[in-house]
Design a protein around this ligand. Sequence first.
Ligand code: GLP
Length: 249
Amino acid sequence: EKIATRVFNSREEGSKYVAKVIASLIREKNKLGKPTVLGLATGSSPLLLYKELIRIHKEEGLSFKNVITFNLDEYYPMDPENKHSYYRFMYDNLFSHLDINPANVFIPDGTVAEENLDEYCADYENKIRSFGGIDIQVLGIGRSGHIGFNEPGSLVTDETRLVQLNSITIEDAANGFGGEENVPRYALSMGIKTILQAKKIFLLGWGEAKSEVIKQAVEGEETTQVPASFLQRHSDVLFVLDRPAASRL
Ligand code: GLP
């Protein structure tokens, strides 16, 4: 295996493990009066992690006031108030339940005019750098091998930019959007390079449907055909898996 993996009995257990690591870092940084910078993902994979972070906030009193977050991606074009936006997803499933300062929440803006996108994306990168980079990046993985919305063909040198969604991704998103024809064709996404600059990375992989692409990422050659395989270059990445997702390793 070219990437470290840890297999849990359930996605609950795996999610709790990652939540614990994130919570200890926040606690440590809070004591020092320093911000914690998190890179966050959407989709179903991180849902139980977010649930557990909310529980830790409510039951253990962990404060998120010093936490800065950068989301990986957003559909384009997409209004933040649209029920399909990743903006809504993040507030509904995490931010609304925490004491996080909305000024510390960064999510790519799907309403930026096309002619301003280059500048906007460069600015997103600069903002991450201005906080000293991402301490912990949370990832899911798409069946296409994507991380964020870095579809097959993405390069290890890619930064935040406008990307085109591939057909597997559109198919997988179709249910939520009530049909393939309603799925946006584009997205804004952090690049592989952006992701690899994070100090620590957890990729959450659950279920049999992800087992094939997880095998390719963990055991295959690095290839733009499986963008997650570029994680092999990172020195502190862990794939957090349940048994079905790890079944082909
Ligand atoms: C979406 C997101 C990815 C996510 C992936 C997997 O398209 N842009 O960040 O990791 O698909 O989704 P899920 O976690 O629902 O399987």
